[in-house]
Design a protein around this ligand. Structure first.
Ligand code: ARG
Length: 247
């Protein structure tokens, strides 16, 4: 009983209080995912999520620290308190939502396909790739990987650790197709694939992207959702969007 009384009387400090006390917001991301987070030639991490993170820290009145983290360890890193929030173009999936919380989604995207020009005449949709004669790639631990395994199960699947390797293998004609988030594929075609790959631009999945936090922290979740409401309605979001997206 004594324990219960003590527990009930103590306000459990949430992440928001810790950020304020620390004077710093720590954001986890894997900066290889254009245009959300990428590393420029000067070695700086830039992108849509980075601009949002800067606004967020400013609104909190604290400094910002970007914590660069490998994609396949990003949820464990959040859970072991390496940073406060994942802002990394993460798709809100029901499976991930079992272990972490998500703020309200900030954008909706879907999977698209980059196909080698060698087979572009015969492959007009992701469905045409569903044949053992085709090799299809995506990135380890992503929704692109999940979608390929689920919706193109008969193709030979290869997993890459980086988005860039997957794109280059299609550009060089070593594999037939690369399945990934549409915004990434749009930028990749413009940068390295022009004339070498064909982008089947019609998304074939529905994926809301959202910021991820640890479970059991309603104060932080409330702050993030209200921040989102503010920036979506005061022009901030649109300004950042137009900076990073052509359409
Ligand atoms: N939206 C995809 C997913 O959640 C890919 C995100 C990859 N993000 C990154 N920063 N590498 O699985």
């Amino acid at each position: 009983l004594a324990v219960m009384v003590v527990t009930a009387g103590v306000a459990v400090a949430g992440t928001l209080d810790e950020i304020a006390k620390r004077g710093k917001l720590r954001v986890g991301m894997e900066p290889a995912y254009m245009p959300f987070e990428l590393t420029n030639q000067k070695g700086e991490i830039i992108g849509f999520d980075v601009d949002m993170a800067k606004r967020m820290a400013k609104a909190m009145g604290v400094e910002l620290e970007l914590v660069s983290t490998a994609w396949d360890g990003i949820i464990p890193a959040l859970l072991t308190d390496k940073f406060d929030v994942i802002m990394s173009g993460m798709t809100l999936t029901q499976e991930r939502n079992m272990s972490i919380n998500f703020a309200s989604p900030y954008i909706e995207i879907g999977q698209t396909v980059l196909v080698s020009n060698k087979i572009a005449g015969e492959v007009k949709s992701y469905k045409d790739l569903n044949d053992p004669k085709y090799t299809v790639a995506s990135k380890l631990g992503t929704t692109g990987e999940q979608a390929t395994k689920r919706l193109i199960p008969n193709a030979k699947y290869i997993s890459f650790e980086t988005e860039q390797e997957g794109v280059m293998e299609v550009v060089n004609g070593k594999i037939d197709a690369f399945v990934y988030d549409k915004p990434y594929n749009v930028v990749a075609v413009g940068q390295r694939g022009e004339g070498k790959v064909t982008h089947l631009e019609e998304p074939f999945t529905f994926e809301p992207l959202a910021w991820g936090i640890r479970k059991g922290d309603p104060d932080f979740l409330n702050w993030l959702n209200n921040f989102m409401y503010q920036v979506k309605n005061d022009g901030t979001y649109d300004k950042i969007y137009q900076k990073w997206f052509q359409d």
